[in-house]
Design a protein around this ligand. Structure first.
Ligand SMILES: Nc1ncnc2c1ncn2[C@@H]1O[C@H](COP(=O)(O)OP(=O)(O)OP(=O)(O)O)[C@@H](O)[C@H]1O
Ligand SMILES: [Mg+2]
Length: 308
């Protein structure tokens, strides 16, 4: 896949003197869904604002579709749709007019068929003549998406699309992202919900304290860093790990269980030998469970590891 956005050695220091981004480099591939994961204040919105050309770079360069975001702002901005973190909507405007206005803003001719398609996709068609003030919070968020899609952007930024949105609506959002991706739209979203990144992203970037800590294919990430735990329940709970099982580095779990951690990458997990050694130690198995470490474990490790 070709890169559609290229961020090179970008730095951002706000006028207050606060350095929100240290030196960030990142390439976004055309057609992918990239999730930016990071704690509050990590620099996610800052990075998006710089790419969208609504905050000033302190250092480095950004290109979108091959155009420089500073010198060729108009060209880059037309390629981008942005759903901002904060709700900015005129409460008395009608849904359909909000979309028409955005199209006009970018100098595109009105296109009723397109507007209808987007509003239907976002389940807002029935509400097209409602004023924003008459909508629920989740609907307002969908109006923001409709506005961002009004000029058929090739790249869509969703800054915390599911903040304050219920589970049902969040799933709706995921479906919308999926459909846009099928249309070839590149999507970058920020989120605090790890399950959201896990559900919809192709790649995941973790950002913390103004630095990209990691960027990787989601599947690869899960494979590489995923460790599995096997919880071994015995007929007779134990209060110590038998000496003969010392080489396995077992830990004592709840209720006198034995816990074995292994790497799913390894050629040999050692499970077969362990189970036969347990039996040789005179212990009888009652039940065995496995637990795969999640992206959440990985994320917490990365962000906490930095604090130490
Ligand atoms: N206009 C501004 N002036 C000064 N500092 C700012 C400004 N905007 C953001 N910051 C600071 O830059 C840092 C990064 O903020 P940013 O909004 O990019 O974080 P974020 O990752 O989007 O966080 P959140 O998850 O809370 O939205 C924060 O410490 C914030 O206080
Ligand atoms: Mg933010």
């Amino acid at each position: 896949m070709a890169d559609i956005v290229s961020v090179r050695d970008v730095q951002k220091t706000y006028d207050s003197g606060f350095q929100a981004l240290k030196t960030v480099s990142l390439d976004i591939r055309e057609g992918e869904v990239l999730a930016l994961l990071g704690p509050n204040g990590a620099g996610k919105t800052t990075l998006i604002s710089l790419i969208c050309g609504i905050a000033r770079l302190t250092g480095g360069t950004i290109t979108v579709g091959g155009h420089d975001v500073v010198t060729d702002y108009r060209a880059t901005r037309r390629l981008i749709g942005l759903v901002p973190q904060e709700l900015h909507l005129d409460p008395f405007e009608k849904v359909i007019n909000a979309m028409r206005f955005t199209r006009g803003l970018f100098g595109f001719p009105q296109d009723d068929a397109l507007i209808e398609k987007v509003l239907r996709r976002l389940a807002l068609w029935e509400k097209r003549d409602s004023r924003i003030i008459e909508l629920s919070g989740g609907m307002k968020r969908r109006v923001l998406i409709a506005k961002a899609l009004a000029h058929s952007p090739r790249i869509l930024f969703l800054d915390e699309p599911s903040a304050g949105v219920d589970v049902e609506l969040r799933k709706d959002m995921w479906r919308i992202v999926d459909e846009l991706k099928k249309d070839g739209v590149t999507i970058i979203l920020t989120t605090h919900y790890i399950e959201e990144a896990e559900a919809i992203a192709d790649r995941i970037a973790v950002i913390d304290k103004g630095e990209i800590k990691l960027i990787q294919e989601k599947a690869e990430l899960m494979r590489q860093m995923g460790r599995k735990q096997m919880i071994i329940e015995l007929q007779q709970p134990v209060d110590a790990v038998p000496d003969t099982l010392a080489p396995y580095g077992l830990e004592l779990g709840e209720g006198g269980t034995l816990v074995y951690s292994y790497d799913t990458r390894g050629e040999r997990t050692g499970i077969t030998k362990l189970l036969s050694d347990i039996s040789a130690a005179g212990l009888t198995l009652r039940d065995v469970q496995t637990h795969q470490s999640s992206l959440e474990d990985i994320f917490v490790d990365l962000v906490q590891g930095d604090a130490q």
